[in-house]
Design a protein around this ligand. Structure first.
Ligand SMILES: C[S@@+](CC[C@H](N)C(=O)[O-])C[C@H]1O[C@@H](n2cnc3c(N)ncnc32)[C@H](O)[C@@H]1O
Length: 412
């Protein structure tokens, strides 16, 4: 067991819930980081499957003040420096004004220490790769090979009682998410595209109590296939449907493209080979992407395609707004969308599915108010055997009027 830290992404409540679904252990959350005792190998193995976590690493110590941290990091670097070989170091400061106040000093102190004492003892060769007094993004950490043997990214985390420090062992491969998002052949900005990391978080929320993923996921509002691409990247089978023929075609094109570019998978070579065999063996998934109105019942043929799947998706978001909405505008949205969701959930409640994680829209109003019909919807679903496991979690990006309210329904 190691004392592990996780740097939570911007939607920290969702990230925390995702960690719980994957590792099934309580975490202490402080300053945007979650802490827990976990086997390091398990964290390494599962990390690339996460959507909401930016970094994971091992906590190596705690100090009352930053001077103590600086001292500990210098000792660690000195001990780990290999004679002759240039060591690369990255510095991550987890506080807002961190770089000016602490980072620059730490950078200088490491440089100075690398020169050794007057007898040239403890001298080592180091390059600190941060530029412009800033933390590194995931691309830079990978490019500089900071997670490889002999190099380190030192992470300094402010705590209410002082500081913790440690080294990164994993960092999110943001470019893998970006590739799936930007390079897929069909994209349409007019259809509310779901952020791939959110899709990934939601899929992870369908894991069973041992942390295992479902065998198959089904998205009943598949749009351009964002959820399904994330499912594929995790190696699970997929099914999807949408009311619009155009969207079904788009999902088919996008999933086919991803299937053909299997090397994008964020997993090891051996696992890739396994998944490839598994996908090839399974009935070709394009057959499981079909046109369907989510408010209507499933035909026998469709039932077979979605049987025992975990259902993950986001529904129709309604009219797109660019400014906070008025009560009147909300009422019109609700009039259109509430019956759609109610009917959709009613149909789903009759099916043999393994779990359900769904994103419903909510909207920003004026003066920091928000509008949501999810509470009212849940009053209805409770009556038909779909109860939420916990209170809904909200996701909203800066500057957007529409957000998502994510509900994890109890295993059915
Ligand atoms: C917000 S998009 C889903 C986006 C998708 N998750 C993605 O990222 O590509 C909503 C989708 O719901 C579909 N839709 C709207 N009403 C529907 C209904 N009654 N049944 C099934 N799909 C519907 C639309 O065609 C649209 O593709």
């Amino acid at each position: 067991m190691a004392h592990i830290f996780f740097q939570l992404g911007s939607q920290s409540d969702l990230a925390r819930e995702e960690l719980y679904s994957v590792f099934h252990t309580e975490m202490e959350v402080l300053s945007g980081f979650a802490f827990s005792e976990l086997p390091q190998q398990k964290v390494k193995k599962r990390f690339d499957e996460l959507g909401g976590i930016i970094r994971a690493g091992i906590v190596l110590g705690e100090e009352k003040n930053f001077a103590g941290i600086q001292q500990s990091i210098i000792e660690h670097a000195t001990q780990n420096a290999k004679n002759g070989k240039k060591m690369k170091i990255g510095i991550f400061i987890g506080s807002k004004q961190g770089w000016k106040k602490f980072g620059i000093g730490l950078q200088k102190a490491i440089k100075l220490a690398s020169k050794g004492n007057e007898y040239e003892e403890n001298k080592f060769s180091v390059r600190i790769v941060n530029r412009n007094a800033k933390n590194l993004d995931s691309y830079a950490v990978h490019k500089e090979k900071l997670l490889e043997k002999g190099n380190f990214e030192y992470v300094c985390i402010p705590l209410p009682t002082g500081w913790a420090w440690g080294i990164s062992i994993n960092i999110q491969k943001s470019f893998d998410f970006a590739t799936r998002d930007m390079k897929k052949p069909v994209r349409d900005m007019n259809v509310g595209l779901m952020p791939p990391k959110l899709a990934r978080i939601m899929i992870n929320m369908t894991r069973d109590k041992n942390g295992n993923l479902p065998a198959k996921i089904y998205d009943p509002f598949c749009g351009m296939g964002t959820v399904l691409l994330e499912g594929m990247s995790l190696g699970v089978k997929i099914a999807g449907s949408d009311l619009s023929k155009k969207m079904v075609e788009a999902t088919k094109k996008n999933t086919q493209w991803y299937f053909d570019s299997i090397e994008h998978l964020a997993i090891s070579k051996e696992e890739k080979a396994d998944k490839y065999i598994q996908w090839k063996k399974s009935p070709f998934f394009l057959r499981d992407i079909f046109i369907k109105d989510a408010t209507k019942s499933f035909t026998l043929h469709q039932k077979k395609k979605i049987q025992k799947s975990a259902v993950v998706g986001e529904g129709f978001l309604g009219k797109i707004f660019h400014k906070p909405i008025t009560t009147k505008q909300y009422e019109i949205q609700k009039e259109h969308l509430f019956p759609l969701y109610r009917q959709f959930l009613f149909q789903l409640s009759k099916e043999n599915i393994s779990s359900l994680v769904f994103a419903f829209p909510f909207w920003k109003g004026k003066n920091k108010t928000t509008y949501s019909f999810v509470a009212e919807l849940l009053e209805f679903t409770n009556k038909i055997g779909l109860s939420p496991l916990r209170s809904p979690l909200r996701y909203i990006r800066d500057g957007q009027v529409v957000g998502r309210e994510i509900v994890i329904f109890k295993k059915i």
